[in-house]
Design a protein around this ligand. Structure first.
Ligand code: SAM
Length: 262
């Protein structure tokens, strides 16, 4: 019997119907390069292994790692499961074969930093399917000028097509979480659609603009742009961050790069 650990965000999926829906959405093919983050007690791992030649898993909990190593002895060339023991926030995805498919019922306490980390590897990724807190999924798919729209929406949508696939109620897990969950799919946009070259600057501008989301861009971006810059860019300085789409933030970062202002 495994006792769920709160510090690792352990809410295990127990609803077979939801598991079947998730596997149906992922549609694993034997040759896929796939990595699962946080396999836990294997609710998704087992059905994935049925369909795949190989599956990489990244797990932090030593007790779970010991169970996995018992069930899938490593160092055996027959083993379809390749276990990476450690923190997914430090795991180097570039060590896995590309194009990579990533799946996971993510620990909710670290879901945003994990999403940002994976997003940085977009060019190596084919797609990602995650179970997340519904509130986070709503922010990921939010459209501009809505309350949910923010830094997470801009930073993910400019690189990925983000789709909410399925609502998952708390009763689908043990222990039962206090929040609703949802499944989201992220598919990288074609590389030639990504205009931003200086990602650090882009991220910095988005953070500055949303840092005080009730203030106008004139205020939040005053360290980057003056009145004449806004005119040149064709962006109204009276607007707020929530009114701008990713392409406008991209335009600002490209403009600043060109002007070598930062
Ligand atoms: N996939 C299983 C399921 O659907 O029932 C477990 C999901 S549970 C919400 C999250 C899993 O991620 C747990 O197995 C937990 O130990 C693991 N985990 C938590 N933090 C992690 C981290 N930083 N790196 C890797 N795994 C982590």
């Amino acid at each position: 019997m495994h006792k769920a650990k709160k510090r690792f965000g352990q809410n295990f999926l127990v609803d077979e119907r939801i598991v079947a829906d998730i596997i149906g959405a992922i549609r694993p093919e034997p040759e896929d390069n796939m990595a699962e983050i946080g396999p836990g007690l294997g609710a998704l791992t087992r059905p994935l292994l049925k369909r795949l030649n190989h599956l990489h898993v990244v797990e932090i909990d030593r007790d779970i790692i010991a169970r996995l190593e018992h069930d899938y002895p490593q160092g055996n060339t027959e083993s379809k499961l390749i276990i990476h023991a450690g923190d997914a926030l430090e795991f180097d995805i570039a060590t896995l074969p590309a194009p990579l498919r990533i799946v996971g019922n993510l620990p909710y306490n670290i879901s945003s930093p994990l999403l940002f980390r994976f997003a940085a590897y977009a060019e190596r990724i084919r797609d990602m399917h995650f179970m997340l807190q519904n509130e986070v999924v709503e922010r990921m798919v939010a459209e501009r000028s809505t309350p949910e729209y923010g830094r997470l929406s801009v930073m993910l949508q400019y690189r990925f097509n983000v789709e909410k696939l399925l609502d998952v109620p708390p009763e689908s897990f043990r222990p039962t979480p206090k929040v609703n969950s949802a499944i989201v799919r992220m598919t990288p946009l074609p590389a030639d659609e990504i205009q931003v070259r200086d990602e650090k600057l882009f991220a910095e501008i988005v953070s500055a603009a949303f840092g005080q989301r009730r203030k106008t861009l004139r205020n939040t971006l005053r360290n980057y742009l003056d009145e004449s810059d806004f005119i040149q860019l064709g962006i109204n300085a009276q607007l707020r961050a929530e009114n701008l789409g990713g392409e406008e933030f991209a335009r600002i970062s490209i403009y600043l790069n060109g002007n070598s202002r930062v």
